[in-house]
Design a protein around this ligand. Structure first.
Ligand SMILES: Nc1ncnc2c1ncn2[C@@H]1O[C@H](COP(=O)(O)OP(=O)(O)OP(=O)(O)O)[C@@H](O)[C@H]1O
Length: 334
């Protein structure tokens, strides 16, 4: 992991402190001659803190307000209301100062110079952040090894695969050794292997360097692999802030009993369960009753080789939360 130097003072207090944060936009709608102006509350009174060393997933359906929040955090947008401090400073007023302590990666855009070889592009970021040459060289060597950039360091950025480019972007965001890493869809469009490389790298970065990470993603694999804490935003409001287990409790879904029979058979029919899938000797039963009673019934009537109860998958949980259950939104946020 890149080693620290004296330029990054240790963070005191929360890394992000947002209180009643809001931002609205005025949009024009309707046919040309009957245009109406409407106010959209993109972020509507959001309160949260992110503490040093946390990895927080920021989830929400399209248009929920994630990007607007992120843009306020990095000083690209001025909040319309509320109070926002990032590393103790007001981002919109101290954007340049904060840039030295924040790393930003937008999965759908690159900060690298398209026509330059990756190595030259990364060299330019040194000047941008005024990193001393020795520190830059040392961190580049470390990140090159960790993210396995060696084989394509001399390739022009435009010729890199998406996964290679993302590793280059992560390197560019980390060469100045930031305290906070803000990631917007860091694994979007990547194949399984590239996703796994990036997730493993981020886990290590957080564990070894204590870098605080805030990421938006639509990929719940990112969340399960990386985030101890999840915030869900919907219609500009925090619908949930807590751990993954709590998220499951808040939007409970059916558990599944996976039954491996001694040999393939017709769908199992027992009270309190419904066979939703079958493949060879394996059957999946959605449980709506007491698992113990269902297991007893299944074992009594069938030759069972193995049984497991699966918790509701996180995709289903989040989908139920996104469906806009007002009660969830009301009691979910702190
Ligand atoms: N510059 C803008 N002008 C007008 N409306 C905007 C602007 N930026 C965002 N909005 C509106 O604010 C709301 C929140 O948008 P935002 O981009 O923050 O959502 P998001 O959660 O990032 O969505 P996605 O997952 O699709 O990126 C949407 O209704 C969007 O149309």
């Amino acid at each position: 992991m890149p080693s620290s130097d004296s330029s990054a003072a240790p963070a005191e207090g929360p890394i992000i402190d947002a209180r009643g944060l809001g931002r609205s936009f005025t949009v024009s709608e309707g046919p040309l001659l009957r245009r109406r102006r409407r106010t959209v509350d993109a972020v509507d009174g959001v309160t949260f803190q992110v503490h040093p060393g946390e990895v927080v997933g920021y989830l929400g359906p399209n248009g929920a307000g994630k990007s607007t929040t992120m843009k306020m955090l990095i000083g690209l947008l001025t909040p319309g209301r509320g109070r926002l401090r990032v590393l103790g400073a007001e981002p919109a007023r101290h954007r340049t100062r904060l840039a030295a302590r924040i790393g930003i990666v937008f999965g759908q855009r690159t900060t690298l110079w398209w026509d330059l070889p990756l190595r030259d592009s990364l060299a330019l970021t040194r000047h941008l952040y005024r990193v001393p040459p020795r520190d830059h060289a040392r961190r580049l060597a470390e990140l090159t090894e960790l993210l396995e950039l060696g084989p394509f360091l001399h390739t022009p950025v435009r010729q890199l695969s998406l996964g290679q480019r993302m590793r280059g972007d992560l390197t560019a965001a980390l060469l100045h050794d930031p305290d906070l890493l803000v990631l917007d869809e860091p694994t979007i469009g990547l194949d399984v292997v590239s996703k796994s490389t990036i997730r493993a790298f981020l886990t290590r970065l957080n564990a070894e360097r204590g870098t605080t990470i805030l990421l938006t993603t639509h990929d719940l694999g990112d969340v399960e692999r990386l985030c101890r804490r999840v915030m869900v935003i919907d219609h500009g409001r925090l619908a949930y802030d807590g751990d993954l287990a709590g998220l499951r409790d808040r939007a409970p879904g059916p558990r599944t009993l996976v039954v491996d029979l001694a040999e393939p058979g017709p769908p199992i029919a027992v009270p309190g369960a419904r066979c939703v899938r079958s493949q060879g000797p394996r059957q999946w039963l959605e449980l709506d009753g007491n698992p113990a009673a269902v297991i007893a019934e299944v074992a009594r009537d069938h030759q069972v080789a193995d049984l497991t109860v699966q918790e509701p998958d996180i995709e289903g949980v989040v989908a139920r939360l996104y469906k806009g259950d007002a009660a969830l939104a009301a009691d979910g946020a702190e």
